[in-house]
Ligand binder design. Sequence first.
Ligand code: ZN
Length: 250
Amino acid sequence: MFSGSTSSNIGSSLKFVPRSDPPVSKKARTSPVWQYFQHFDLSYHPEKKCFRICLICRVNGIDKAVSVGQSASPGPLISHLRTHKAEYLEYVEKKNSLDAAASAATVSNQLSISSFCPNTSNSKELFRKKFAQWVVEQSMPLSVGESPAFISMIKAANKTLFVPDYKSTTQLLYSKKVSTIGKLRKFLEGKYYSITCDHWTSAAHENYGALTLYLIDNFVLKTFVLSCVKHSNGTNAPEVEAQLVVDLHS
Ligand SMILES: [Zn+2]
């Protein structure tokens, strides 16, 4: 309300340069007193960081700076506002109606005590998912959750967490696989793609075969590894063919 009248006085005897944004800051929501004051423009008044300009004094042609301290406390502003009777009454009315609205909101939105406790079933499920994701991304053994040292480390962080064992992680990853296959099938409907079959031997002399699907979707090359299998004791053409046939149908 005073933001418009502040600029109209510039050019008079006033020397204070207020910041150009409206005086309504975040704090204005908690105390309506802030809307009667404005920050200093610190490029003109670098030493006035902890002061505010009284906009009512300003309208009356007076430069009045009120110190709010490091914590930007509204107390000194309220004290100064008392010197402006009409505005002070207006502020008290606003404050009272805000307080009434806030207490009404508190009653209607009051949360039950249980909402302040962490939702254990949710955090357990989230941990299970994040754990499985970590196992996959770091190529950890699926049984890593059964390691006593690992379990004691997790329990040190949160006693209530259950560390997924081999079976639990496998089940979760299998259900992920099934849902991903469904999504991929849907995505591929009516599209053209190519599938390559690669076979290689690792530095440890182990044989792997992989099926990779490529397609261009909206001018972006997309790659999906459909299958990656370790062929123990070497491999031959029928084995790779079987992988191709079996994994393409799964
Ligand atoms: Zn004033």
